[in-house]
Design a binder for this molecule. Structure first.
Ligand code: S3P
Length: 226
């Protein structure tokens, strides 16, 4: 499968929960015409898998489960950054400003993606804002963009740990603005896109279903249901 050539390339078509039911494992299937996403049996085998998407979409919890499915180590980039800095993300934003946070974020992402063995990585929602991060993702990772509506995200994103939302009287509107500004950047890096809400609507274990769905996108067939 060819990666999208850049910002002007085709937008990954978001796969939904229904696609898992209607399109079970068919490794090696060709991409749909007009899509840059191979919906089943992608080229993620042996590469890092990086989950991107807005705050509150579930990158960390789904990433942990996905790592179990793929039998790989998991790394949460925000958590790694806090460990390295010895401070929380709100403290870094407050004391050093967002630009310094973004520099640290780039360093952590570069170090994670330099690992010789393939990882599953949950990236911070804004990691795609820096061109060097997008270039690195393009070279080193199979990138899965988790999508959901601002209202869904606002109900899940805890603002106390997220300086861009803290004290905001209208978190939904802020998320809407951030998503609008960042959508072309997510499109630029994404090898696959997944509609998270459809899993929450249709499955009593949505995160497990999501992880298994993504495992298939990466190219590793899911185990028998259990
Ligand atoms: C941010 C997202 C956060 C964290 C920081 C900034 C963003 O990560 O990196 O608060 O710019 O969207 P999560 O997406 O994991 O919440």
């Amino acid at each position: 499968m060819q990666r999208a050539p850049g910002p002007s390339g085709p937008t990954p078509k978001a796969t939904r929960a229904e696609d898992t039911a209607s399109e079970p494992e068919r490794p090696g299937r060709r991409p749909r015409a007009g899509s840059n996403v191979d919906p089943v049996g992608g080229d993620g085998r042996g590469r890092h898998v990086v989950l991107v998407g807005a705050m509150g979409v579930g990158k960390t919890t789904v990433g942990r489960r996905l790592a179990r499915e793929l039998q790989r180590p998991f790394a949460d980039a925000d958590e790694q950054l806090e460990l390295r800095a010895g401070r929380t993300i709100p403290a870094i934003f407050r004391d050093d400003g967002e630009e310094n946070f973004r520099r640290l974020e780039s360093d952590v992402l570069a170090d994670l993606l330099a690992a010789a063995h393939p990882l599953v990585v949950a990236a911070g929602g804004g990691a795609i804002t820096r061109p060097e991060n997008r270039a690195l993702l393009g070279r080193r990772a199979f990138v899965v963009w988790l999508q959901a509506s601002p209202a869904f995200l606002a109900a899940r994103a805890d603002p106390t740990h997220r300086p861009l939302l803290a004290g905001d009287p209208d978190v939904t509107a802020t998320l809407e603005r951030l998503i609008a500004a960042r959508t072309p950047l997510y499109e630029e890096v994404a090898d696959a896109a997944v509609d998270v809400e459809s899993f929450h609507a249709g499955d009593d274990k949505p995160k497990r279903a999501l992880a298994r769905h993504i495992a298939r996108l990466v190219g590793v067939p899911a185990e028998a249901p259990g």
